[in-house]
Design a protein around this ligand. Structure first.
Ligand code: ADP
Ligand code: MG
Length: 727
């Protein structure tokens, strides 16, 4: 008998095992049985031959209609015609194959594998491999009888050297010898979740009784994949929450209270609820690990700021990590203006409880930089805002209690960790993202963080209308774009014009961002700020106050431009995606995105989040040259159709291949997820997460669950191997 760890040759013999190892790297019974069928072919049903595409490697079920031998000067050949009742396919055999294929008599049914070719407008398989299927009641000594005893025929991922029936034969032998597979999951949990046991699932995945049975098998095996990931994450959460951290409890009469008292608006319910959770966690002697998701404009900054103030009240410092200099500078301005005298610690006119805000970015002038470094190191600055520069080695803090990461998708886990290592004990962590992530992806990718969501926007937000402007089809509409901008400016509002590129150098996109650049209209480079700006000021926007903003300006210039724009002394900003994240100028009401087809869905969604923030309706115009049929147009139409970021996030996930969702850094995890789909298996992932949390709560090291522990170990090994390969 055999177990999952039995070497493959011991079970199927060396002659079969060798090609299986060569083609798929299989060494053990586990490897073989982990090679799941791609689909199940119905014995009674024939493959639709009409849908076969030239050059595809296919395995089809079809009936032999005729078999004839043709003579030609080059030699004999056998031509067999097979059909599915409607379409036909030719099979051609030369040389020795002519004689060998004599068993393909009309009326027989078989599996045929080969590469689809085309000859005189007829699709054909040249020298296909095949396996004849016998009728149901046929004699059992037949080779196919055992393997294909059921109505469903598994079709495996196969190669030319290893056809699908070679795999099924090997699987059949392995299953015959395999001892019952032990189950790591309690019978109670299985019953609660309606799951097959491991042994039945593994067998039914390959040789199901019927389709329902196959689906149940698939569900159980997908569950195991979800469970492995969720157990690993639950353990990681358990480990980090068992680390000690300095509790930062709220202080009556402190900065936070003073701040709340001077806040010009009331918090939304969501902000208050998340705020309470965060306040409670900051007061714990274990580090908080929380992801704050929220639609663009939902008011995450205030939530983060309140957490920072609680930390400062408790004697600690908070660091706010922003992805760009523009955003870091803006955060500093926003925080200073929200705090007013509370941010003027040690200065004339500052309040008694006041603290100081330091800004630290890569391009600060030396003096400012030294001051910021000193304020961080001595603890004079309660809040330190910065970019990647914060992570550098010479930056130190007196007592770093809280790390806030804005727009997490721009940062890797390594950077997050590098900043956290600047505290003696792990600081609390709050990660914010406005890129909506479908719940299951959040659970799988950011699963070591607890998640909070700000679902509602603050009251009084006006809606944003988005329209696609097809420049080549409707040139007059483009005129209308500039006219609308003039109208808004005349009404006292401001506008953004966004371009994909900065300037003359064709390779020059805004360094900090990527654009989708493969789908633009051919023959023209993407529009650049440096070309569009004079075009507008000499033309349709003549007389308005227009200024450029992009990543190549000096930090001072960028800062000055943003300040001027925020103060209403600039009417129109012609910018790159530097304004994509977080730029907050409530008076801006219209945005024209030029070459909009060059941007991705979430980028566009982020971009338009810059307008309609001040209670005035926003208008976003997506200008494009691509045809109405182009895939890029579909993307633009989707963005125009909804402002629901979560709906758009699903669209992004659906359009990309599943694996891409997890990102390159997660490819180890991806390899483990053979059956699990982050979109289709949402319920399953949620259930597995709940069960995993319960199991780890009761048995953190999985000492009492050796099989589950082994499953997690395998996952972690795979991820580490992947990591090492890349390093
Ligand atoms: P995001 O979640 O996109 O980072 P911000 O934190 O930048 O959003 O907030 C967007 C705008 O909404 C800011 O101008 C902020 O001052 C304002 N805001 C935040 N909370 C509220 C609220 N409860 N009521 C009214 N305005 C709010
Ligand atoms: Mg923000």
């Amino acid at each position: 008998m055999a177990s999952l760890d039995t070497p493959l040759p011991d079970v199927v013999g060396g002659r079969t095992a060798k090609p299986l190892e060569k083609a798929f790297g299989m060494r053990t019974v586990r490897d073989l049985l982990g090679h799941y069928p791609r689909r199940m072919a119905e014995r009674g049903e024939l493959t639709e031959l009409g849908s076969l595409r030239v050059d595809d490697e296919v395995t089809v079920v079809a009936d032999v209609l005729s078999s004839t031998i043709k003579r030609a000067p080059s030699g004999q050949r056998r031509e067999v015609v097979v059909g599915d009742g409607r379409a036909r396919l030719h099979l051609v055999f030369f040389g020795k194959g002519v004689w060998r294929s004599k068993d393909l008599v009309p009326g027989s049914r078989g599996l045929f594998s080969g590469k689809v070719g085309q000859f005189n407008a007829t699709r054909q398989l040249v020298h296909p491999d095949y396996l004849l299927l016998r009728g149901d009641g046929d004699d059992l000594e037949d080779a196919t009888a055992g393997v294909f005893a059921n109505r469903l025929i598994p079709v495996y991922p196969a190669t030319q050297a290893v056809r699908t029936w070679v795999v099924s034969n090997a699987v059949h032998q392995a299953l015959l010898m395999l001892d019952p597979v032990p189950d790591g999951l309690d019978a109670v949990v299985r019953a609660r979740r309606g799951l097959l046991d491991s042994d039945s699932a593994l067998r039914a995945m390959h040789e199901p009784d019927d389709y329902e049975n196959w689906k149940s098998a698939r569900k159980r095996l997908a569950w195991d994949e979800a469970m492995g990931v969720q157990l690993a994450l639950a353990q990681r959460r358990w480990l980090s929450s068992s680390n000690p951290a300095v509790p930062r409890r709220p202080k009556p009469g402190g900065l936070l209270e003073a701040f709340d008292a001077r806040l010009p608006f009331t918090l939304t319910d969501g902000q208050r609820e998340v705020g309470e959770v965060v306040a409670e966690e900051l007061g714990q002697p274990h580090p908080m690990h929380r992801l704050l998701q929220g639609e663009v404009g939902s008011g995450k900054t205030v939530v983060a700021l309140r957490a920072m103030l609680q930390t400062v009240d408790a004697g600690g410092q908070a660091a706010l990590l922003a992805p760009t200099e523009v955003l870091a500078a803006q955060h500093t301005r926003t925080i200073e203006s929200l705090l007013g005298p509370l941010a003027q610690g040690g200065r004339l006119g500052g309040s008694e409880t006041a603290t100081r805000i330091a800004l630290l970015t890569g391009s600060l002038p030396t003096v400012a930089r030294k001051t910021a470094l000193l304020e961080a190191a001595t603890g004079v600055a309660g809040i330190v805002v910065g970019t990647h520069a914060l992570i550098q080695q010479h930056v130190s803090f007196a007592d770093l209690g809280l790390v806030v990461v804005d727009e997490q998708h721009r940062f890797g886990v390594e950077q997050r960790d590098a900043l956290r290592s600047k505290a003696e004990q792990p600081p609390h962590l709050l990660v914010m993202t406005a890129t909506p992530i479908p719940r299951t992806v959040a659970m799988t990718v950011f699963g070591d963080l607890e998640t909070s969501t700000l679902a509602e926007l603050p009251a009084g937000r006006a809606p944003i209308t988005t329209s696609v402007v097809p420049a080549t089809e409707k040139p007059a509409w483009v005129e209308r774009v500039w006219q609308r901008i003039r109208e808004e400016v005349a009404a006292g509002h401001q506008a953004f014009v966004v371009c994909p590129r900065i300037g003359a150098d064709l390779a020059e996109f805004d360094a900090e961002f990527e654009t989708v650049d493969e789908e633009g209209p051919p023959g023209r480079p993407p529009l650049a700020v440096s070309d569009v700006l004079p075009m507008l000021t000499d033309g349709p926007l003549h007389g308005l106050r227009v200024a450029p903003l992009h990543g190549r300006l000096t930090a001072e210039d960028k800062d000055r431009t943003m300040t001027e724009f925020a103060a209403g002394r600039i009417d129109v900003l012609v910018a790159t995606t530097v304004i994509e994240v977080g730029v907050d100028v409530p008076n801006a009401t219209v945005m024209a995105v030029l070459d909009a087809d060059r941007f991705g869905v979430s980028q566009l969604h982020q971009l338009r989040g810059r307008i309609g923030r001040g209670g005035h309706p926003g208008l976003c115009l997506l200008v494009t040259d691509v045809d109405a049929e182009a895939p890029a147009r579909e993307r633009l139409d989707a963005v125009a159709a909804t402002t629901d970021g979560f709906a758009l996030a699903r669209l992004v996930v659906e359009q990309r291949r599943e694996g891409d969702v997890l990102g390159a850094a997660q490819s180890g995890r991806r390899r483990q997820l053979k059956l699990l789909s982050l979109l289709r298996d949402e319920d399953l992932i949620i259930a597995a997460r709940a069960e995993a949390a319960d199991i780890v709560a009761a048995d953190p090291t999985l000492a009492d669950h050796p099989l589950l522990a082994e499953q997690v170990a395998a996952l972690v090994r795979d991820e580490q191997a992947e990591y090492l390969e890349k390093a």
